[in-house]
Design a protein around this ligand. Structure first.
Ligand code: P6P
Length: 349
């Protein structure tokens, strides 16, 4: 029974150039996770569920637990002094940690402190998602926007916490994906899933079919493919959609499956945010042997332009993602938003 703290230190040799800062950073995330977990588990008993009436930059009404989780992770990260700043779904701009330790630290963290938080009021699982980069601005100075607008393939580490029937923390530092389960009697996270591998095929698809009428034709064709009767390929597949990315992702990671949030009428660029939802999940799924794209382009190769930019998201078992991409190429090529096609449009204009 090895704890998360012991595992991080044991694996520190994977980072010869890091003299313990990354280990210390990850353990500060663990500390904040324990505090948030405690509050979520009693959210029904204290005045901490429900909405604040305040909207965040996403135009979404902030839940009280959103703000609590955001403040908890922000405080834990700043106190540990291993990051020079953070970006968060709950913060309009990136946050600068301008203490002497902060400006001299190596890393930045991007996070969705509590994803799917509207589920808390109805006791459905929610999650935290985090992504860690080495800064590109000079140490000794304040962090800059460029530290946060790095493509996903530059991530140093990424992970999520799923506050479900049990609380699990799953992370990668580029050396496989490892899951730790909390023993609530001790508040300790023990290694429970070492080297998680996602099956290359699955029988589950996760998508909000309420948006069907406005899906790209390629997505509609893929859904019909999933629903066809075909014994040899175990179809029809099963539809499972919790409305909590971390929960749907976690199930598909362990059992195989695909999660799709495509462009819709109300979210023409998709709903999920590239920097602190899609990139960390893409890093994890690729490290587990899966795939993540916007339907055409590898998520981790997308060059970010804005802190809260959204992208369509296809993520999960490689064979399933590739089948969906084939249908997007065949039936919705106009949805491709690669740099090349944008340049072509400008030339024609
Ligand atoms: P919809 C939660 O708000 C979230 O960001 C993901 O966790 C979840 O998968 C998705 O949005 C649900 O969105 O539009 O289907 O309710």
């Amino acid at each position: 029974m090895i704890t998360l703290g012991e595992y991080i230190i044991e694996k520190q040799q994977d980072f010869p150039e890091a003299s313990g800062e990354l280990s210390s950073l990850l353990s500060s995330i663990l500390l904040a996770t324990k505090v948030v977990n405690r509050e979520i588990n009693k959210a029904g008993l204290v005045d901490i569920i429900g909405a604040t009436g305040v909207e965040n930059i996403q135009g979404e009404v902030q839940q009280k637990m959103d703000l609590y989780a955001n403040e908890t992770f922000k405080a834990a990260l700043e106190a540990r002094g291993e990051v020079c700043g953070i970006a968060s779904e709950e913060e309009d701009e990136f946050i600068i940690f301008d203490s002497e330790r902060g400006v001299n630290s190596k890393y930045v963290v991007l996070m969705d402190p509590l994803d799917g938080s509207t589920n808390i009021d109805v006791n459905v699982s929610v999650g935290t998602i985090f992504s860690i980069y080495r800064r590109v601005s000079p140490q000794g100075k304040q962090t800059t926007l460029e530290d946060f607008l790095q493509p996903g393939h530059c991530q140093v580490a990424a992970g999520y916490v799923v506050y479900g029937s049990s609380t699990m923390l799953v992370y990668t530092t580029g050396h496989g994906v490892h899951g730790f389960t909390c023993d609530p009697s001790l508040g300790v996270f023990y290694l429970s899933h070492e080297n998680i591998r996602i099956p290359e095929s699955g029988q589950t698809y996760s998508i909000n079919e309420g948006n069907y009428l406005k899906f790209p034709d390629g997505v509609k064709k893929y859904l019909k493919f999933c629903q066809e009767i075909d014994q040899p390929t175990n179809r029809p597949y099963t539809s499972r959609y919790i409305g909590s990315l971390v929960s749907d992702f976690h199930r598909n990671l362990l059992k195989g499956g695909i999660y799709i949030y495509p462009s819709t009428a109300s979210t023409p660029k998709g709903k999920l945010r590239l920097l602190y939802e899609c990139n960390p999940m893409a890093f994890l799924v690729e490290q587990a042997g899966g795939k993540a794209s916007d339907g055409f382009k590898r998520i981790m190769d997308i060059e970010p332009t804005e802190l809260h930019q959204r992208v369509p998201f296809f993520c999960g078992s490689t064979n399933m993602v590739e089948k969906a991409e084939t249908m997007m190429e065949q039936y919705s090529p106009e949805s491709k938003t690669t740099t090349e096609s944008e340049k072509a449009k400008k030339l024609i204009a």
